[in-house]
Write a protein that binds this ligand. Sequence first.
Ligand code: FES
Ligand SMILES: [Fe+2]
Length: 436
Amino acid sequence: MQSVLSPRDAANLVEPERVHRRLYTDPEIFNLEMRHIFHKAWNFVGHESQVREPGDFFTTTIAGQPVVMVRQPDQSIQVLYNRCGHRGAIVVAEKSGKARNFNCLYHGWVFGTDGTLLFVPLEEGYECSSFDKCDPQYGMRKVPAVANHQGFIFARLTADGMSLDEFLGDIRQPLDHLVDLSPEGSLTVTGGHFRTVYPCNWKIYLENLHDGVHARFVHQSSVYASRKFATEAEKTNSLVPFSVEIVKANGQSYSALDNLDVRAFPNGHSDMRGFRKPIGDDPVFVRYAEQLAARHGAEQAQEILGRNWHNMCVYPNLSIHPGFLQLRVLTPLAVDQTMVEIWNLKLDGAPEELHHRTITYANTVHSPSSIIKPDDLEAYKRVQRGLVSEGSDWVSNHRRYGTDNQEDQADSALSEHFIRNQYKAWTGYMRQGSEG
Ligand code: FES
Ligand SMILES: [Fe+2]
């Protein structure tokens, strides 16, 4: 059905410091976002370690369309539309695995891992002038643009557009930093993952990423409990467990939050720095620092360890937590439904105990059954429920408006600049769509 709302109409619903509530509730806007944002942006698909050997595959979606990322015999990585050239069934139903060929369940067509149609049962029945088995439209076609930045695989559903390098711009720095952190210069996605479907619009998740203010309210109960635990531990000179420390960190004062660096970059990207306290003489960390010095030299290792990135957003579908080595991939399912999948990264060659901390962080803070994430989820749910109200048409992004810093200059975790920056990208995509 033809959309009545044009991308230009949609762009007009955004003002520099406030946006219309329809952006979160109107299915027509959601369809425009799929067509003009997710279809045209570079989307994060997966990490190269998820498809290490030829035939290894990993499935996901881009702009609602099923795709499969697959390692080729020549070690290159391709992303194919996960659609059978016969009657259109998805061919690869598993999340990940290994295959010699891809076989369609429905009528048995067989495709190579590069998408070429190899075998058609009853092929003699197709001997008509309009069917050519070698025509790529009967195979699994390649998506038009795929690029690899330091092992992070991105794809775009349009052939034309800026390069991945240009799209990422300075947000490449925290991605590169992750690789620098590894004593072997490489990363591995490990174990299983958390998958949560949020009853809210996708933008609500991204707007919470560097929002320092919410933590002291939304996470009040767990901060209170962790402080109490830590005080008791200190009284008896016992060690405060790592899991308690990370929960307690949500209770920072406004002035501490004001000292965090939040930077906004072109194309909607952003990052936050300055969260971590110095590690001191933690023996695991000391061992890790030595390994890093063996690779980079002592001076550069110290520089790398001092960078202190906390989290980041590659707009519109990826958030990474370099501090605790966590990948969060966002998939909008409907105007009021969003899937977030969380994967853990391992620094190849680093002490195993460091990886255990990554897992502890994921379980304590980001698991659906943790004592932190369900708090955020409740807030997102309330925003989504409240926005159907006709009480007001506007969502405020005013905090610290008028003092926004530009690239390379930091705002703080008390500013909503990073949200205004996301909407600058959002309207950019819509305006571009109205020209096409
Ligand atoms: S739909 Fe795939 S073989 Fe028929
Ligand atoms: Fe939170």
